[in-house]
Structure formats: structure tokens, C-alpha cells
Design a protein around this ligand. Structure first.
Ligand SMILES: [Zn+2]
Length: 77
């Protein structure tokens, strides 16, 4: 079972399609169950689309920090 931490860590791999079929199924299942992660992935996806299809791990640090901050906020609710 994926944890929220893992989902956040591997978010860009998921969006880039850089994982196995089973990992993706696990991921989708988690996103289905967990609204906070779903929201996080949606925002990450928008960010990646915004900055273009750059190689993974190329998300600017400040963007990543902003996203994890928003994620923490979402978890508090
Ligand atoms: Zn989660």
C-alpha cells in the first residue's frame, strides 16, 4: 500500500508515466482514496504542463516547496 509520503515523492514519475503498470494501479487507487494527494497530483500536473515537458526532477525548487506547503495545508483540514 502506498503512503502519502511515497505519493508525494514519486509524483513526477507518475505524471511522466515513468513507472510500472502495477505502480500506476497502486497510485490510482491511492488517489481515489485520498483527496489530499489527488489535489497535490493535479497541481503538480498543472505545474509540469506550465513549465513544459522537461526531464523529471527539473521542477524548480520553489515550486516544489510551494506545492508541499499547500499539501500540508490540505492535510490539516
Ligand atoms: Zn494520500
Amino acid at each position: 500500500m502506498l503512503t502519502c509520503k511515497k505519493v508525494i515523492e514519486n509524483g513526477s514519475e507518475y505524471i511522466e508515466g515513468d513507472m510500472t503498470r502495477w505502480q500506476r494501479i497502486d497510485y490510482k487507487f491511492h488517489l481515489f482514496m485520498c483527496v489530499s494527494c489527488k489535489r497535490y497530483i493535479q497541481q503538480l500536473k498543472q505545474t509540469i504542463l506550465m513549465i513544459g515537458r522537461s526531464p523529471k526532477k527539473q521542477i524548480p525548487e520553489e515550486v516544489e516547496q510551494k506545492l508541499s506547503k499547500e499539501y500540508e495545508e490540505a492535510m490539516k483540514k
